[in-house]
Design a protein around this ligand. Sequence first.
Ligand SMILES: NC(=O)c1ccc[n+]([C@@H]2O[C@H](COP(=O)([O-])OP(=O)(O)OC[C@H]3O[C@@H](n4cnc5c(N)ncnc54)[C@H](O)[C@@H]3O)[C@@H](O)[C@H]2O)c1
Length: 255
Amino acid sequence: MSTKLFDLSGKIALVTGSGRGIGFVLARGLASAGARIVLNDVDADGLAAATETLREDGVDAEGVSFDVTNANSVAAGLRDVVERVGNVDILVNNAGIQRRYPLEEFPEEEWRAVLDLDLTAPFLVAKAVVPDMIKAGGGKIINICSLQSTVTRPTIGAYTAAKGGLALLTKSMAVEWAQHNIQANGIGPGYFRTEMTRRLHEDPEFDAWLCKRVPAGRWGDPQELVGTGVFLASAASDYVNGQLLYVDGGLLAGF
Ligand SMILES: NC(=O)c1ccc[n+]([C@@H]2O[C@H](COP(=O)([O-])OP(=O)(O)OC[C@H]3O[C@@H](n4cnc5c(N)ncnc54)[C@H](O)[C@@H]3O)[C@@H](O)[C@H]2O)c1
């Protein structure tokens, strides 16, 4: 089979929160399929270093720093992206945070911070990007959801509410924007080793529990999300819309 179906040459991909972690690896993966890359992060130093790393690897990359939770910053950031690079064909809503408290003690401002970044920001960025996608005749939106879009554990109520909401927001995007040839899908990572999960993978008890619980018997490597990302960004998924593809080493398949 030709790999042309997965070819992203000539496409511009914006990946939010890609100064490190899963977003950075996904951006590098989309670049390997031919896309021009716009990295975004609120951490300007991390973003500059990540952009430099991609450029050293020969990737056509720009870094645009803005806070995806703030509608004004998103609007200004998007203007900057369009002026410096061009219209976004592929949007990956990746920026996210985790906060852990028992539900009855969850500080309201922390609850709101999680909902703002993990649920409202994908709406704000998509809302800013989609008018240009409509004018261009189509586009791809990939929302980075989670295992916790459908199951949960104690202390992560805000994250679960946000990621569960994001899974359904993905369906809303799909049904409203399919008429414009825009496909919106989600990726649901299981447990991957990044800064976000450092506390967990450095905890021997959690590590042992997880490796026993996941049929694959190990943590995921962010590189293992790239195939799904390229698929959902490419013509190979043109009739796939509103789906959430879990990449979890089989975790959700058993209990
Ligand atoms: N690591 C996992 O196991 C895992 C599992 C499921 C889902 N996810 C999801 O994958 C995504 C990436 O997670 P990660 O593990 O790479 O996390 P990470 O903490 O390593 O990276 C998140 C990035 O988002 C950036 N960011 C934070 N606030 C921002 C803002 N307001 N505007 C722009 N950028 C901002 C951070 O600076 C950071 O670079 C998140 O949505 C997360 O919920 C991760």
